[in-house]
Design a protein around this ligand. Structure first.
Ligand SMILES: [Zn+2]
Length: 147
């Protein structure tokens, strides 16, 4: 694992850069049940490393977490998110959220995920009601009108 690219937030605090992937199969979304903090069901995601462009991080992280190859990445939004702490202790992340197509077969990475699978909107709402959606994904699923 490389070192996450470090930046400075709008309020002059240390910040990492991260990418997230919205991956759909018909009306279902690919999520993992995260094995490390922040816990909960989340899309595939990870840090942008030093000397890496966001889209390169997207290809790398999706492959590491699922064995899938990214096709046709489309940037949906980018934003600075506060109170979003990673296991390295940085609490601000500048996110690039992509939607993308994929090819290959889904394989769980046992270091990253307790489970991996495609879930319907109703199942995602169920995770939200049980407080099992990772907060930043709850934020995006809400903003995108999915929950
Ligand atoms: Zn971080």
């Amino acid at each position: 694992m490389g070192n996450p690219k470090l930046g400075i937030s709008n309020d002059n605090r240390p910040m990492h850069y991260s990418v997230g992937a919205i991956i759909k199969n018909e009306d279902k979304y690919l999520l993992i049940d995260r094995k490390s903090p922040p816990y909960g069901f989340a899309g595939l995601a990870g840090h942008v490393d030093e000397n890496e462009e966001p889209v390169q991080a997207l290809y790398r992280e999706v492959y590491e977490e699922s064995s899938l190859s990214v096709l046709n990445p489309r940037l949906l939004l980018e934003e600075e998110v506060h109170d979003n702490t990673c296991k390295r202790g940085i609490d601000i992340h500048y996110w690039y959220l992509y939607e993308c197509d994929v090819e290959g077969d889904v394989n769980r990475n046992p270091k990253e995920a307790k489970s991996i699978g495609y879930y319907t909107k109703e199942e995602i709402i169920g995770f939200f009601r049980k407080d099992r959606l990772e907060p930043v994904w709850e934020h995006w699923f809400r903003n995108l009108g999915i929950i």
